[in-house]
Design a protein. Structure first.
Length: 314
């Protein structure tokens, strides 16, 4: 194979894939929907379908499967989507640089956080946007399992989550602020105001977070290490739902102490004095190792490191 042939083969995608196709497929892959991608990009659905079809033909491998109305990315599709995001991020960075020359600050900032971080992150973002009012924001709130999937798919700029599990995915991890986990109950609960052993607590009905939640895993590990089992009564997917169940005297629960920071100090919920609690956890700022952060994401990272603790009220 001569040098000219090698060059043609190595530049195949440059000659056959357009930036528009890359942008459209990235949106379809992220939304898993042609309709939502069309709405996001202000295009017609036939246009979106045609752009994705052209990219599939250029790559000559299936990028997705469609079963009924649901779209599922193939393994190749996941890799292509991740690369498309990198291309878009590079161009977004260029736009930010050009805007800097024009004396303005624009761009898109994508942040994904675990559910307990929602109690301070919107406040931090609000303060950051006062400095840069023209930026576009994407804020995603998910449990830990869902966040790890988003990290693997390179869907956001910066992530905030708790415990970092062993993984083949290399991450930049910046310790951020404490995230203590506490036990709560209705103020009329018989254990309120008393010192409680873990064994005694195991007899109480629990309101637990869903599978994949970092809080659930922390509670289960604490009980398992003591040879105990959680007496689970209900499973809820939000801290608000859990607190309402506790107010309704359906059981005790474990939540981030930050989840109580916006509640009235003399409300119907009290923190229990339980052996082994609070469980000392922390939030971490995370992004894939080697990822080139946009200038906007880098500024937000520095903003969090400098002022982030001001927005966390215990």
């Amino acid at each position: 194979m001569d040098e000219t042939t090698e060059t043609k083969q190595s530049n195949f995608l440059i000659r056959h894939a357009t930036l528009r196709q890359i942008q459209v497929f990235e949106s379809v892959a992220r939304n898993l929907s042609f309709t939502r991608a069309a709405e996001e990009l202000h295009l017609t659905q036939p246009t979106v379908s045609a752009q994705v079809k052209s990219l599939v033909e250029a790559i000559n491998m299936p990028l997705y499967e469609q079963i009924g109305r649901n779209i599922y990315l193939t393994e190749v599709g996941e890799e292509v989507a991740s690369s498309c995001r990198e291309v878009i991020n590079h161009f977004s960075n260029l736009e930010i640089l050009l805007d800097d020359f024009r004396g303005v600050k624009r761009g898109r900032l994508r942040v994904a956080v675990m559910t307990t971080a929602k109690y301070f992150l919107p406040v931090a973002l609000g303060e950051f946007c006062k400095k840069y009012p023209d930026i576009d924001l994407d804020l995603t709130i998910k449990n830990r399992e869902a966040l790890l999937k988003r990290i693997y798919q390179n869907m956001d700029d910066i992530y905030i989550l708790g415990q970092i599990p062993p993984s083949n995915l290399e991450l930049e991890v910046i310790p951020f602020v404490p995230n203590p986990l506490v036990m709560i109950a209705n103020k009329n609960h018989p254990l309120a105001g008393k010192k409680v052993t873990l064994k005694r607590l195991s007899k109480e009905p629990f309101i637990m977070r869903e599978q994949g939640s970092g809080i659930r895993q922390a509670v289960e590990k604490l009980f398992t290490d003591k040879g105990l089992k959680v007496n689970e009564r209900l499973t809820m997917t939000t801290n608000e739902a859990i607190k309402h169940c506790v107010v309704g005297e359906l059981g005790v629960a474990c939540v981030s102490k930050h989840a109580l920071s916006l509640s009235k100090s003399k409300g119907p919920i009290v923190e229990l004095d339980v052996e082994g609690f609070p469980v000392e956890k922390q939030w971490n700022i995370v992004y894939p190792a080697g990822k080139e952060l946009s200038l906007l994401a880098q500024e937000f990272l520095e903003f969090l490191q400098e002022k982030g603790t001001e927005f966390v009220r215990l």
